[in-house]
Design a protein around this ligand. Structure first.
Ligand code: KIV
Length: 286
């Protein structure tokens, strides 16, 4: 059965943890779906891990729709959430609703995520009013990297921590269906998870959140662009891929691949006829 926003909310009520991973393409999304991951996030991190940008700010609506459609086609069970990219909702509430609608209609997402707390409550309210579930991303907001001057843990002093709590309460009040907490102290995230009734999903926010999310290239050691303390490697897939690519190059150059088991056959009579038709004295087909 397909997961919905209610599945995530029931998980919180039943004190069961929510699993979320980023996904950007059909093949990987299908593997995750078949592995029982609850929720696939088509994150704008795709700008970095799939497109090679330094940050997420260059990602466009077209990029998000393209990848969201691919993930949605694979997600038979998993709930699909797609990020509103930088400048697709900052300009006005109207743009926010319009672009959230595009992610649902064209990108086949089941919910959208946007980065912002108290300042984006009107946007969250109006998107929610359009019957689109919104996940509010607070704490470290990577789309604000230029203003923040880098990726830093948020909420370490009293004022910052209080502000993040106020963000969480405000977005819940505005109608956010879940809250994503990035790079905040673990005890602060636990406190927020107790204060709000909607599920919290953490990345670099400790074990007290109602669920966890990781960028899949991080958990498989496939990407070395930005390293984070919280990004546990679950398998050295990046290294295994490199070994496989090297082995492929070796076998092709050494003429070990393809072997006869990888070849298609043709009737000998046909090939003899073709040879006598095409082979001349000064040209030969081996
Ligand atoms: O874009 C993304 O992948 C995210 C994660 C960092 C949670 O927002």
């Amino acid at each position: 059965m397909k997961n919905t926003i209610l599945t995530l909310q029931q998980r919180k009520q039943n004190q069961q943890k929510i699993t979320m991973l980023t996904a950007y393409d059909y093949t990987t999304a299908k593997l995750m779906d078949e592995s029982g991951v609850d929720c696939l996030l088509v994150g704008d991190s795709l700008g970095m891990v799939m497109l090679g940008y330094d940050s997420t700010v260059s990602v466009t609506m077209e990029d998000m729709i393209h990848h969201s459609k691919a993930v949605a086609r694979a997600a038979k069970t998993a709930f699909v959430v797609t990020d509103l990219p930088f400048m697709s909702y900052h300009t006005s509430v109207y743009d926010a609703v319009l672009n959230a609608g595009r992610l649902i209609k064209e990108g086949q997402a089941q919910a959208v995520k946007l980065e912002g707390g108290q300042a984006f409550c009107e946007h969250i309210k109006m998107i929610t009013q359009a019957s689109i579930p919104v996940i509010a991303h607070i704490g470290l907001m990577p789309q604000s990297v230029l203003a923040l001057g880098g990726y830093k843990v948020q909420g370490k002093d009293y004022q910052q921590a209080k502000n993040i709590i106020l963000d969480a309460l405000a977005v819940e009040q505005a109608g956010a269906a879940a809250i994503l907490l990035e790079c905040v102290p673990a005890v602060l995230a636990t406190l927020i998870s107790e204060l709000v009734s909607v599920p919290t999903i953490g990345i670099g926010a400790g074990a007290g959140c109602d669920g966890q999310v990781l960028v899949y290239q991080d958990m498989l050691s496939m990407y070395d662009g930005v390293s984070s303390k919280f990004a546990k490697s679950f398998a050295p897939i990046g290294e295994q891929m490199k070994q496989a690519f090297k082995q492929y190059c070796h076998e092709v150059t050494e003429q070990q691949f393809p072997a006869s088991i990888h070849e298609f056959a043709i009737d000998d009579v046909i090939i003899q006829n073709l040879k006598s038709e095409f082979l001349t004295d000064n040209r030969s087909i081996v």
